[in-house]
Design a protein around this ligand. Structure first.
Ligand SMILES: C[S@@+](CC[C@H](N)C(=O)[O-])C[C@H]1O[C@@H](n2cnc3c(N)ncnc32)[C@H](O)[C@@H]1O
Length: 436
C-alpha cells in the first residue's frame, strides 16, 4: 500500500518526545529518558514485548499442520479453542503495568499507523466525508485507542475532510487500558490539530452471543476495530451476523466500517470468512440494508484468497519507526520496519462505488485488478499476483512507457482495464489503461 510520505515520516523524534513524555506523566515509566537506557528497556519493556508478541502469535501456532489427525485438525481449526490462547492477558500477567506499557509503546503505534494507512488509502482514492456531517465514531476492543488515534493521524496527513468536532466511543474490557487510551487520544488528537475531538469510554466485555450495544445506543457514522475480531471466540459467520445486526440499528446511512486484523494466515482468513458471510447476507438482501465492500477488494466478488485452502490476503506498509521503537526491535529480535495487516472497509451506501471513491471513475466499466503480492522482475517483465472480479491469478506484465508508475508496481496497486490472457496459474497482462 502506498502511504503518503508525510504520514510515513510522522513517527520520528517528535512523536517519540510526545509518547515518552505522556508515558512518564502517566507514571507508566519513571521518566521520558528511561527509554534511552538499555538496562531499563531490557528489564521493563523487552520481556513484555516478547511475551505479547508470542501471545499474539499463539493463535497462529495452533494452526493445524497437514499431517495431524483429523480430530486434532478439527480442534485446532475451532476458533473458540484457538482464541482461548488470548484470554484476558491484561489481568493475568504477573506485571500488568509493564505489560500495558509494552503494548502502549510498541503495539499501539504500529496499529495506529496501520489504521492511518487505511484512511490514507481512502483519501488516495478520493473518498470525502460528506460536508457538514459530524463525526460520531465507535471503536470496539479499543485498547489504548489505537484506531481512533490512527484516524486522526490519517486525517492530518491524508485528509478526507473530517470535521473539526468529533466523538469516539471507546469500548474495551480492560479499565486501565481504556482510561489510558482516552487520555492518550485527547493528547494525540490535539497534537494532530484536532483539539475538539473527544472520547467517551465504555468499559464492557463484548459477547458476540448477545447484542453488542444496548438498543438505545446511538447511531455511528464511523465504525472501527483493530486487532480485535481475531480475539472473539465465535465462528466468522456468527461474528458477521452479529455485526450486521448491530450495524442495521447503529450504523448511519453513508457510514463507514474499517476493520483491521493481523496478517497471519489463520487470523487473516477469519476476516476473509467474515467478509464472505457478510456478503452472503447483504447480496441476498437478508441483511435488510445496503452495505458494500470498498477496500481492498473494490467489489463483492468471491474472495480470491479463500478459494485456496492455504492462502490468505494481507497488505503491508512501511514507515520510519520512532527511534526508541527501533531500539526495541533490535533488542527483542523483532523487525517492524514494515507492518503487515489484513483489512476490510465497508460502506452503508447504495451509491455507486465510483461515486464514493471517485479515483475509480476515470475508466467507467473497466475491470480492476489489485496487486496482492510484491512485484518482482522476470527479465523485462514484472511478475505478481492480482485479485479481481474473476479471482486471484499469477500474472506477468511488461511496463508501458505511457503508463505512469507501471514500472514500479507494488502490493496494493490497482491496475485499471488490464487486458489479460492465460489461466490463473500463468496469465499475461498485455496492457493496462491506468495504474492507481
Ligand atoms: C490486541 S488488542 C488491540 C487493541 C487496539 N484495538 C489496537 O489495535 O491496538 C485487543 C483488545 O481488545 C480487547 N478485547 C478483547 N476481547 C474483548 C471483548 N470481548 N470485549 C471488549 N474488549 C475486548 C482486549 O482487552 C484488548 O485491549
Amino acid at each position: 500500500m502506498r502511504v503518503p510520505l508525510p504520514l510515513s515520516e510522522a513517527f520520528g523524534a517528535s512523536f517519540e518526545t510526545l509518547i515518552t513524555g505522556f508515558a512518564a506523566e502517566e507514571k507508566l515509566m519513571p521518566e521520558a529518558e528511561a527509554l534511552n537506557s538499555q538496562r531499563y528497556l531490557a528489564r521493563s519493556v523487552i520481556p513484555h514485548v516478547q511475551k505479547l508478541s508470542d501471545l499474539f502469535n499463539r493463535v497462529e501456532r495452533l494452526r493445524p499442520s497437514e499431517d495431524e489427525e483429523p480430530e486434532v485438525r478439527r480442534k485446532a481449526q475451532d476458533p473458540a479453542a484457538a482464541a482461548k490462547g488470548l484470554a484476558p492477558y491484561w489481568t493475568e500477567s504477573s506485571n500488568p503495568a509493564n505489560l500495558r506499557l509494552a503494548y502502549f509503546l510498541y503495539f499501539m503505534p504500529a496499529n495506529l499507523y496501520r489504521v492511518a494507512s487505511v484512511w490514507a488509502e481512502l483519501s488516495r482514492l478520493g473518498y470525502r466525508w460528506p460536508e457538514g456531517r459530524p463525526l460520531d465514531a465507535i471503536e470496539l476492543g479499543a485498547g489504548p485507542a489505537s484506531g481512533a488515534c490512527g484516524i486522526s493521524a490519517g486525517e492530518r496527513h491524508a485528509p478526507c475532510g473530517l470535521p473539526e468536532r468529533g466523538q469516539f466511543a471507546l469500548i474495551e474490557q480492560d479499565k486501565p487500558m481504556l482510561e489510558l487510551g482516552a487520555r492518550w487520544a485527547s493528547r494525540y488528537f490535539t497534537d494532530n490539530g484536532r483539539p475538539d475531538w473527544g472520547t467517551r469510554t465504555f468499559r464492557r466485555r463484548l459477547d458476540f452471543a448477545e447484542p453488542l450495544l444496548p438498543r438505545n445506543a446511538p447511531r455511528f457514522n464511523l465504525w472501527l476495530s483493530s486487532y480485535f475480531l481475531n480475539e472473539t471466540t465465535e465462528s466468522p459467520r456468527a461474528v458477521a451476523l452479529r455485526l450486521l445486526e448491530t450495524w442495521k440499528r447503529h450504523l448511519d446511512d453513508e457510514g463507514l466500517v474499517i476493520l483491521v486484523e493481523p496478517a497471519l494466515k489463520f487470523q487473516s482468513r477469519k476476516l476473509l470468512e467474515v467478509r464472505q458471510a457478510i456478503l452472503e447476507e447483504v447480496d441476498s438482501h437478508r441483511a435488510g440494508f445496503p452495505l458494500q465492500v470498498l477496500l481492498p477488494c473494490l467489489g463483492h466478488q468471491a474472495c480470491g484468497a479463500l478459494a485456496a485452502e492455504e492462502d490468505w490476503c494481507h497488505e503491508e506498509v512501511s514507515w520510519w519507526r520512532p527511534p526508541y521503537f527501533k531500539r526495541i526491535d533490535q533488542m527483542a529480535g523483532l523487525d517492524r520496519k514494515t507492518l503487515p495487516f489484513s483489512y476490510l472497509v465497508l460502506a452503508r451506501s447504495s451509491r455507486p462505488r465510483e461515486e464514493i471513491l471517485p479515483a475509480l471513475a476515470a475508466h467507467p466499466g473497466a475491470p480492476r485488478q489489485r496487486l496482492v503480492s510484491p512485484a518482482h522482475s522476470e527479465g523485462q517483465d514484472l511478475e505478481f499476483f492480482v485479485c479481481g472480479s474473476d479471482g486471484k491469478r499469477r500474472a506477468r506484465y511488461r511496463p508501458q512507457a505511457s503508463i505512469e508508475g507501471s514500472d514500479e508496481l507494488g502490493r496494493g496497486d490497482i491496475l485499471v482495464g488490464p487486458q489479460v490472457r492465460g489461466d490463473v496459474h500463468a496469465s499475461r497482462i498485455d496492457k493496462i489503461l491506468q495504474r492507481l
